[in-house]
Design a protein around this ligand. Structure first.
Ligand SMILES: [Zn+2]
Length: 462
């Protein structure tokens, strides 16, 4: 009753008040509100959604008796559940849909109501204020506005924050760079690889433009990039958010100087870890606590991370989470997009003379991503093969090639003799070596030995 009242009052606060109240809230109160909202969400979903009604019935779960996540036993939702039948999750008519690439290359659809968009904007604005933004700041929003959510969400958040803004979308960074002075922007939002590209332009131009804050999201930021960006932008702060289409607003954000991981928005989400390993890393699972259109209960994100114990020195209540270690499956967020094995499968199968074995690795050279495609062929015409792969990539995945043209990553293609790539029974298709100095030996060891005399490396930038 009292919690319900507190909840209703919180729902009417402006983003600045919300941020200030959250800062002052004791941890036990945040915990109480979180659990209150969790129980409401489970009951709402059981009453209105076909998917949850069916799942709970099969498992003998009585929603009215559920008090804690553990009361749901082994019930979890997954990206595959959404792909199979997204509309069965719906509890009421939606106003808008967003899509993202799924684990198998199929899109996940996530629906929201108009009031939820407003609410996500309010929460986003409160998060921006906690990260040091102020209503008087002037913001260039270069997050992608396509079917995916970050551009739109950031835009709604900026309107809620009352900051002057421009909705660029993911345009060529030079378009934003040449308007920084014109509109006196001091905050720039965008994907990390895109922000790095913008910073390269600034470094080359050497005009001494000062920014206050660069905020990245949707993929990890190479650690080495941050001090360099801070120096190019004359002392700007560089921060990251962790979010997704399914989360709506960000689950993780960086409100203080402890930027090794994230503070978790644990009033809008209830986070858990699925099957943590010996060192405490597991799949990030969350329950949405404020969604009434398409609530997600114990949703497995496929992202692997761990929770950081204890309270942060900054004094904010709530949980903290490490950086994302990687994906449970093979989807790799790299090169400015979501890449999955099927994409490269589709390219390679169209190219004559190639065997069925191939591998793509992602590495960092300095701060630049390198996407290296290794294929096998008995043909000596390596240049023809390389051209055919690039042509297929251009035809099938123009977005990927647009990012290549923008200089967001570099691509190499090397051709190896048939049978040389597969080290054993299993060949992992996408190997992300950008943030993992010690990849799992069995599947992720790079199959190409040093000094491979057949390797021909090509740079294809711009
Ligand atoms: Zn902190």
């Amino acid at each position: 009753m009292i919690l319900g009242l507190a909840d209703r009052i919180a729902a009417k606060m402006g983003p600045q008040t919300l941020a200030a109240v959250y800062q002052q809230s004791p941890g036990w109160l945040v915990e109480q509100i979180r659990m209150h909202r969790f129980r409401q969400t489970v009951r709402h979903a059981a009453a209105h959604s076909d998917f949850y009604r069916r799942q709970f019935k099969q498992r003998g779960i009585d929603a009215r008796q559920v008090r804690y996540p553990s009361d749901l036993g082994d019930f979890y939702t997954t990206p595959d559940d959404i792909v199979a039948n997204p509309e069965s999750f719906l509890c009421r008519p939606p106003a808008i849909v967003f899509e993202s690439s799924g684990t198998t290359g199929k899109n996940k659809q996530v629906y929201y109501g108009r009031d939820e968009l407003d609410e996500m904007g309010r929460v986003m604005a409160a998060g921006l204020f906690l990260m040091g933004m102020e209503p008087s700041d002037r913001v260039a929003n270069a997050f992608d506005f396509s079917m995916w959510i970050p551009g739109m969400l950031a835009h709604i958040g900026l309107l809620a924050a009352g900051s002057f803004c421009m909705a660029f979308g993911k345009v060529d960074p030079s378009e934003v760079y040449r308007r920084l002075k014109q509109y006196r922007f001091n905050v720039v939002l965008g994907e990390p690889t895109w922000l790095i590209r913008l910073t390269e332009l600034a470094e080359r131009d050497n005009a001494g433009i000062k920014l206050k804050l660069l905020l990245g999201g949707a993929e990890e930021m190479p650690a080495k990039a941050i001090p360099w960006m801070q120096s190019v932008w004359q002392g700007a702060t560089v921060k990251m958010c962790y979010g997704s289409v399914e989360l709506g607003s960000a689950l993780g954000y960086q409100p203080c100087s402890q930027n090794d991981g994230y503070h978790v928005d644990d009033t809008d989400f209830l986070p858990e870890l699925y099957q943590p390993d010996a060192d405490g890393h597991g799949e990030v699972v969350f329950t949405t606590l404020r969604r009434t259109t398409m609530p997600l209960i114990r949703y497995r994100t496929r992202d692997v991370a761990t929770f950081i114990p204890g309270q942060c020195p900054c004094g904010l209540p709530g949980m903290r989470m490490s950086k994302i270690r990687g994906r449970r499956d093979e989807l790799v967020v790299a090169s400015g997009g979501n890449l999955y094995p099927l994409m490269f499968e589709n390219i390679i199968k169209q190219v004559p003379t190639l065997t069925h074995d191939w591998q793509v690795t992602f590495t960092l050279e300095g701060i630049r991503e390198v996407l290296h495609i290794r294929v096998e062929s008995a043909s000596p015409n390596h240049d023809t093969i390389r051209q055919a792969i690039l042509a297929q990539a251009q035809e099938q995945y123009p977005d990927l090639m647009k990012n290549l043209a923008l200089g967001i990553f570099q691509m190499r293609i090397s051709v190896h003799p048939p049978g040389s790539l597969r080290p054993g029974r299993k060949l992992k298709r996408l190997v992300d070596l950008r943030y993992a100095p010690q990849p799992d030996a069995a599947e992720t060891a790079s199959p190409v030995t040093n000094g491979s005399h057949v390797e021909v490396a090509h740079e294809a930038t711009r």
